[in-house]
Design a protein around this ligand. Structure first.
Ligand SMILES: C[S@@+](CC[C@H](N)C(=O)[O-])C[C@H]1O[C@@H](n2cnc3c(N)ncnc32)[C@H](O)[C@@H]1O
Length: 283
């Protein structure tokens, strides 16, 4: 799909989440008070869905809170939800993408079309999987830049690059809103599954930084949760289930890109549930 119409206003994830839990609770209450009949099956599914939502979301919040409390947020560490378990994360992405990760990453890269010798920047690069997928395209004369707020993710990205013999990868720990690169120094800017980890002001600041470091004519590809994906896509999406209200947290990307002077903005099917791939060109 390629859509060019205006973004609809962000939906209210909290409201949906609460509605699901209330409906699930009601369904459970009805189930407990009636004799089971075939017609109770949809109620049971609704109640189970709400319970799963509650259990998975609650458990993740609890684990995150405990680990954050135990490890603390070291001084100077960026705002945003950092991921500190790189191996677990890689496994998690494989599950979320239902084993199609390489194909999906190739599809996202295809939108940016990195060329031999170009400089590719991945903001919030995580464990470097996308940059490694770009390595062959830019060749040895190209440069792969990756930045992430979590040192653990950068460490794993370095290890993966070493293991694959990729030597032109420059990795840094830092924040998306303070990119350590000169103005107009990147041909391609990527940012996948990151924006929903940042508060709205940081999302805007990160986009402005991407604009700053982009060379004239540079391509940007941003993959993230989008209110423009259909309700069914979202309901069937593990990413949306795990993140609950995160769809409503992502800012109106097209408008934000336009305000930064971006052109040729198109939105594409990311191939992954509730995520959309937005492509733009900076003048
Ligand atoms: C869901 S992961 C996505 C990783 C990678 N882009 C991918 O496609 O697999 C989100 C990443 O954003 C990073 N992150 C969160 N806040 C950040 C910030 N302020 N600056 C840079 N990275 C940040 C997290 O540490 C995490 O690695």
């Amino acid at each position: 799909m390629t859509q060019t119409h205006e973004l609809s206003p962000n939906t209210h994830g909290h409201t949906r989440r609460i509605a699901l839990l209330v409906l699930g609770g009601l369904a459970l209450a009805v189930l407990l008070h009636v004799d089971a009949g075939w017609w109770t099956a949809p109620l049971a599914i609704l109640a189970a869905g709400a319970l799963l939502h509650l259990v998975v979301g609650g458990a993740l919040l609890l684990v995150g809170a405990v680990l954050l409390r135990r490890r603390g947020r070291p001084e100077g560490v960026p705002r945003g939800q950092l991921i500190r378990w790189p191996r677990l994360y890689d496994g998690f992405v494989r599950v979320l993408s239902r084993g199609r990760e390489s194909r999906l990453r190739a599809r996202w890269l295809e939108l940016a079309a990195p060329q031999p010798g170009e400089v590719v920047l991945d903001v919030g690069c995580g464990t470097g999987t996308l940059l490694l997928a770009a390595a062959e395209r830019v060749g040895e004369e190209g440069t792969l830049r990756g930045i992430d707020g979590a040192p653990e993710m950068i460490e794993r990205a370095r290890a993966k690059a070493r293991a694959r013999g990729v030597t032109n990868m420059e990795l840094a720990v830092g924040s998306a809103d303070r990119l350590p690169y000169p103005d107009a120094s990147c041909d391609v800017v990527l940012c996948t599954l990151v924006l929903h980890h940042l508060p709205p002001d940081l999302q805007r600041a990160a986009l402005a930084e991407m604009r700053r470091v982009a060379r004239p004519g540079a391509r940007a590809v941003i993959v993230d949760l989008s209110p423009r994906t259909g309700l069914l896509q979202r309901l069937g999406s593990l990413v949306a289930l795990v993140h609950g209200d995160a769809v409503g947290r992502v800012i109106e990307l097209e408008a934000a890109l336009r305000s930064l002077g971006a052109r040729e903005i198109t939105v594409h099917d990311s191939g992954m549930g509730a995520l959309a791939a937005t492509r733009a060109r900076f003048p």
